[in-house]
Design a protein around this ligand. Structure first.
Ligand code: ADP
Length: 319
């Protein structure tokens, strides 16, 4: 490997900059050249490729977002477009590439590997929905951002005896909702993996709770269920309790990364360069069983995981 390319793809996540910085500095320390590819696979196809030196990544470890920017590029699902992507890498002398993103981005990485570009994925998503790893870059920051916001909503809900439906991100996965649900002491945690859509039972629980004298009712609703406004309206109509929906939205993706996200993203970025230099390709970096490791991308994409049954059951006992 002589020249390593790095790109961020899919949704951005706090800590991606720390990973980019680590890729650049680890590669330079091993005498490699580094090129930054802007806007994910879209930027690759447009040849938005820049040379990176140690100063290109100065002062970014504490910043949210991604200095390389990111994009969704649907045409990269087409085989002829993937081949063109690989040819562009070769044209720019890029013989190894680090793709920071989620499962979708890893599928693109897998295709580049099939076309002879050595490729390593680094898990970057606030959603934690990558099966081979118990850690993804950005999740820790996102749950802390959401937790602090939910605390604030909770204060005002208590003052007004309100029911609050608070929607958190996570796409099809309920990890952010589960963590915040427990950390914020929510009365309900609605996650796509578990929710039975029995709204009559939910409303009954709210009425019971009211009788017990609780001053608020906090419902953490996952993005994968959605319809928070509708749910709040139906609760108000059925219980008479003033109900409001708060959709936290993109604030959960921004902000200065937490210490854990900076630290893990740094190690994962450097790890990706290390295994590229060992000649590995079509691998994804992970954190599992208490240590950093890597998996074959094909195997990683075939794995599944779900929220912890035990944690979900415990959460119900703690309200
Ligand atoms: P994430 O990487 O966070 O899962 P997406 O699912 O949006 O986000 O995927 C990011 C990008 O990865 C897509 O816009 C596309 O460019 C590329 N991608 C997704 N799926 C595939 C696929 N099956 N083959 C090739 N590239 C893909």
């Amino acid at each position: 490997i002589n020249t390593i390319g790095v790109l961020t793809s899919g949704g951005d996540a706090p800590g991606m900059n720390a990973a980019i910085r680590a890729v650049v500095r680890e590669a330079l320390s091993k005498g490699k050249k580094v090129k930054g590819i802007k806007r994910g696979y879209a930027g690759l196809l447009n040849e938005e490729i820049i040379d990176m030196d140690e100063h290109s990544v100065s002062d970014i470890i504490s910043r949210g977002g991604t200095i390389l920017q990111t994009a969704r590029c649907l045409e990269f699902k087409q085989p002829e477009v993937q081949q063109k992507g690989a040819e562009i890498c070769k044209k720019h002398g890029i013989d190894g590439i680090v793709v920071i993103g989620g499962d979708g981005s890893f599928q693109g990485a897998q295709k580049l590997a099939n076309h002879g570009i050595n490729t390593i994925g680094v898990p970057g998503t606030i959603d934690l929905d990558i099966a081979c790893t118990d850690y993804t870059i950005g999740f820790d920051t996102a749950i802390n951002t959401a937790m602090e916001a939910i605390d604030k909503v909770r204060d005002t809900s208590t003052s007004h005896d309100r029911c609050s439906v608070i929607e958190v991100m996570g796409r099809g996965a309920g990890y952010i909702a589960m963590w915040c649900g427990i950390a914020n002491g929510a009365e309900e945690i609605l996650i796509p993996e578990k929710y039975d859509h029995d709204e009559a039972a939910l409303i009954e629980r709210i009425k019971e709770n009211r009788k017990k004298g609780k001053q608020h009712y906090i419902i953490i609703n996952a993005e994968g269920i959605g319809d928070s406004q509708g749910l709040a309206k139906r609760i108000e109509a059925a219980t008479g309790m003033e109900s409001r929906a708060t959709i936290l939205g993109h604030m959960q993706r921004g902000g200065s990364p937490s210490c854990k996200d900076r630290m893990y993203a740094s190690i994962m970025g450097a790890y990706a360069v290390d295994i590229l230099c060992e000649g590995k390709s079509n691998r994804v970096v992970a954190h599992a069983d208490g240590k950093f490791c890597d998996f074959d991308i094909d195997e990683a994409l075939a794995m599944t995981k779900s929220v912890s049954e035990y944690e979900y059951e415990i959460a119900k006992n703690l309200v």
